[in-house]
Design a protein around this ligand. Structure first.
Ligand SMILES: [Zn+2]
Length: 290
């Protein structure tokens, strides 16, 4: 795949890293999909609004800005929340409409999902939406056409690749740092650190909750100091919500990954916000919409 590297922004140390939130509810998580009928989404108790509100307050306490990759489905139901994200200085970006993996859609379906999400988000937020993150980092070798569709639908960047080995996602041989996926479309992979010729996840997800915080801090510092690059880190609103309803019928592995340390994550995020400088993707990577 094209791997033209993007030059690292000239920033003074310490670097500002990009903080990102995938705005979806606990019942929309890909690992839960086999156990939850989409038709039931509307009847489930929603937690996303209060969880995002808590995140907005937490970010404000630490003077951090972030990019919110938001589902069109969420924006339709909580327009006030979307306006608040924008009003509080954060970047509104797209996580698609209905949390469908890019790899499970045909190009025409993917295009429709992207356009529907972008339309809802831009109308609600009153701002341009130029960033996209595929559910479950589902752009890989089998569907690189997705980058063409992103470009055609008016996106300027994607953060849809996690260059790690994982059973549900990952493209371990992808570039670790931003690159031109297409002329006019930059892919900004979630951050990894390189140890013994392997990419270790350093950009959040279950790893952030499951492993000790010191490991995440070590990995992010390594990227800032050794690679001299800004990191891009992600998590979900449901990860700070230990009281979320439990989904029945899931495997032990899924339960472990989803529920472990939910009660510790908010405090851990606070440490992360204190220990590093955080900003929006479009600012950190110089992609601010004109
Ligand atoms: Zn997602």
């Amino acid at each position: 795949m094209p791997q033209k590297p993007i030059a690292a922004p000239a920033t003074d140390h310490p670097l500002t890293n990009a903080l990102t939130v995938d705005v979806e509810d606990y019942f929309q998580v890909s690992a839960m999909a086999p156990h939850i009928d989409r038709a039931s989404w509307d009847s489930r108790p929603c937690r996303v609004e209060r969880n995002v509100e808590r995140l907005l307050d937490l970010f404000e306490q630490h003077d951090a800005r972030a990019t919110f990759f938001t589902l069109g489905w969420v924006a339709e139901r909580y327009p006030g929340l979307i306006r608040e994200i924008v009003a509080r200085g954060h970047e509104l970006a797209s996580h698609g409409y209905g949390h469908l993996r890019a790899s499970e859609q045909r190009p025409q379906e993917f295009r429709q999902d992207l356009l529907r999400a972008k339309g809802v988000l831009e109308d609600t937020g009153g701002c341009a939406v130029v960033g996209y993150r595929a559910p479950s980092f589902s752009i890989g070798h089998g569907n690189l056409w997705a980058f063409d569709v992103l470009l055609e639908t008016g996106h300027r960047y994607s953060s849809s690749v996690y260059p790690v080995q994982h059973d549900h996602y990952g493209m371990p041989d992808a570039p670790r740092f931003p690159y031109d996926a297409r002329p006019g479309l930059i892919e900004i992979p979630v951050t990894t650190t390189r140890v013994f010729e392997r990419n270790l996840p350093a950009g959040g997800g279950g790893y952030f909750r499951l492993a000790p915080y010191a490991l995440s801090r070590w990995a992010l510092r390594r990227v800032n100091r050794i690679d001299r690059r800004p990191a891009i880190f992600y998590f979900h609103p449901w990860e700070i919500d230990p009281a979320q309803p439990r989904v029945a019928g899931t495997s032990l592995k899924t339960r472990f990954r989803h529920y472990v340390n939910l009660d510790k994550t908010e405090a851990r995020l606070g440490r992360l916000l204190r220990d590093f400088h955080w900003g929006r993707v479009d600012q950190v990577f110089g992609l601010r919409a004109s």
